[in-house]
Design a protein around this ligand. Sequence first.
Ligand SMILES: *Cc1c(COP(=O)(O)O)cnc(C)c1O
Length: 438
Amino acid sequence: MQEDESDLTGTTPRRRPKNAVREVGGRRLQPATLMMGHGFDPALSEGSLKPPIFLTSTFVFENAAAGKRFFEGVTGKRPGGAEGLVYSRFNGPNQEILEDRLSLWEDAEDALTFSSGMSAIATLLLTFVQPGDVIVHSGPLYAATETLIGRVLGRFGVQWLDFPAGAEQAQIEEVLGRAKAMGRVPLIYLESPANPTNALVDVEAVAAARAAVFGDERPPIAIDNTFLGPLWAKPLEQGADLSIYSLTKYAGGHSDLVAGGVVGAKALLDPIRMMRNTIGTITDPNTAWMLLRSLETLELRMTRAGENAAKVCAFLRDHPKVESVGYLGFLQDGGDARQADIYRRHCTGAGSTFSLYLKGGEKEAFAFLDSLKIAHLAVSLGGTETLASAPAAMTHLSVPEARKQALGITDNLVRISIGVEDPDDLIADFAQALDSIR
Ligand SMILES: *Cc1c(COP(=O)(O)O)cnc(C)c1O
């Protein structure tokens, strides 16, 4: 067992894992390697190779002074969070290992995990906004995020302005300037690529616009990186301050859990952690453990899904029953030069979620969906299995008709998330489903 090193106040500092090896022979280890051991010391858990699931609501203090010191961290009297484990609404071993590992993918200082993607977003927004503030965001956003900003926070006097996801710096500056004239801008909130348009946000342009409008008084830039992160997009490198995840999707990757995460600089995560401590939106230990298992195969799964999607989209693109395929991997082949430029600067892969526009309307889309034999008819994305759904009739059913048209959410749109199956089996399935459309 590791020896406790008592400090001068007689309290026990957090027992940090011994095997925090980040470098071998001068070589910096990659996340895919570190997912198997980083943040966990078997010696602290009876030699168990894998972390046990710590099912406890509370943790025993070694002495009263240690309890006091830990609470100073929990309550923010000292920055950086608790130095030891206190109570499972605040932290726990599984969550801490998960957060240590999650932060590695974007080379971030710190990470926090949550009970869902939406509870991550809600906790973040509650941390930064106050009545009279004007949130500036890219549009469109995930529907629940739009509801949260527009309808829920709206009830507390928070306003918002948006710019279209693909906007250029001048347009973003204009919107930021208008927002600044209306009230305090607590944060700039982005989502890229936008769902279901797949429009990419130019994070570098947003950062430049922020500098032009706000100078040194910079509101943080937060971005929902669920669709391409953490493998294909690392927006902290382009100037975002906080990267947000629905870990339910690619990070969890098996369609068997719901969770969320935020990664970024400690100074911004500390107040979010305080809010999470207050309202209790942390991940549970069991889900955190499942996510540790998921992260071990994250690069394998995402790489395979990305390769599969490229093959499937190449097949779909030329099919006579297909009108068009909205797939980021096709941006380089001409078309929207501005989007292609953002893709080149921001993305290392096209992901595995795309829009398939069939010739026809709802009848054709439903015939296609009902004929699929491998792909499952379900919403969500980023799992090992391929999913397909009709946004106009499902996720975006309640969106007003004019806005649906503006966003390209037409009746012939099928959203597809490709999994890790055999690519030729998937192509065979899509081929027979297209053939079944009359
Ligand atoms: C799914 C999703 C969310 C919400 O995440 P939950 O884990 O379902 O709460 C937020 N943003 C995007 C882009 C998503 O796809």
